[in-house]
Design a protein around this ligand. Structure first.
Ligand code: ADP
Ligand code: MG
Length: 318
């Protein structure tokens, strides 16, 4: 449904996008992640025809976003980062206006506005001016305008940022519902949002794609948080032996005690992979009981931090 090929965008001398490529299949809900300044909004603005790329190409439903901009816009519902709502318009007038400018035939406008109002639960505020609404309601109006022309694709740029926790829950619920009927690209800083509602994740960092896959794939490729070890044996001796075995910069900690079993966490990552075997041998060699040894599961947050922090540190020579 969406194809992005070697897309580049330069603002003056700043290269915001350095040739990114990804695609989104029909029905997918793609989580588009990245630190501030990574290039998420720039990509979204190009897809929706609000910005021209300086290189590469993108298409929606087979239509080039530059050459067929008007047709592309009719197929996309877009919620920009800062929602430019017409504040002094009534909610219902605004939605009718949006339906009209996006080419909804007059005969269908009323029904489609009613449907958007219903799906975004705006019934109580249709007669109000947008300026009077809370931020949560404004965001729902933003979503309603994005769906009013019933586009197959939704592009939502940080739809929950700046909302309070109750509003976030409401808007997330709504996005999950919309995800069932639309192909969605959703940018967000809330990783739980992605874990809950996205079928795939793309992580962009400094204008380049650093990860693309399902959460399970990304998590499986990443260094985990550490080794969890349960040993029956004298705690102090175990600790000192572990510390002797491991490099000085690998923290070892007791995480829990459960009778004579002690749970340790060794904060290595996958780069020290052979350590698992070495740990097991050490415990057995000392005649202690090795009750459990396993890798801590990585989370999407680990993936995100590993891919975006490490590269940042490398860039500054840290
Ligand atoms: P994100 O949405 O991931 O936070 P953006 O796409 O907004 O990132 O920005 C990517 C990069 O492009 C940033 O370094 C940003 O400063 C720069 N940038 C964005 N918009 C402009 C602009 N209008 N003029 C100059 N630089 C811009
Ligand atoms: Mg942005």
């Amino acid at each position: 449904m969406i194809e992005v090929e070697r897309l580049e965008k330069t603002y003056g001398f700043a290269r915001a996008l350095r040739g990114i490529s990804f695609s989104v299949q029909n029905g997918e809900v793609l989580g588009f992640l990245g630190p501030n300044g990574a290039g998420k909004s720039t990509t979204m603005k190009i897809l929706t025809g609000y910005l021209l790329p300086t290189g590469g190409r993108a298409s929606v439903d087979g239509l080039d976003v530059v050459e067929r901009s008007l047709e592309v816009r009719r197929r996309i519902g877009y919620l920009p980062e800062s929602t430019p709502l017409y504040a002094d318009m009534r909610v219902d007038d605004y939605l009718r206006f949006c339906a009209e400018i996006r080419g909804v035939p007059r005969s269908r406008r009323k029904a489609q506005v009613a449907r958007a109002v219903e799906r975004c639960r705006l019934e109580r505020v249709t007669g109000k001016n947008i300026v009077e609404l809370s931020k949560g309601y404004k965001q729902r109006v933003g979503l309603a305008q994005a769906i009013v022309h019933e586009p197959p694709v939704l592009i939502l740029d940080e739809p929950t940022s700046g909302l309070d926790p109750n509003q976030i829950v409401e808007v997330r619920k709504l996005i999950a519902e919309l995800g069932e009927q639309h192909t969605v690209i959703l940018s967000t800083h809330y990783l739980q949002e992605v874990e809950k509602s996205c079928t795939r994740v793309v992580i962009v960092h400094q204008g380049e794609i650093v990860a693309d896959g399902t959460q399970q794939q990304l998590v499986a490729q990443q260094p985990s948080g550490g080794v969890l070890l349960t040993v029956r044996g004298p705690e102090q001796a175990v600790l000192s032996q572990l510390r002797e075995l491991l490099p000085a910069d690998v923290p070892v900690a007791v995480t829990a005690r459960d009778g004579d079993r002690v749970h340790y966490r060794v904060a290595v990552d996958r780069q020290n992979a052979p350590v698992d075997e070495a740990l097991a041998r050490l415990v057995v060699k000392n005649g202690w009981d090795l009750l459990e040894l396993r890798r801590e599961a990585a989370t999407l947050e680990d993936v995100f931090r590993n891919l975006t922090l490490r590269a940042q540190q490398e860039a500054v020579g840290a």
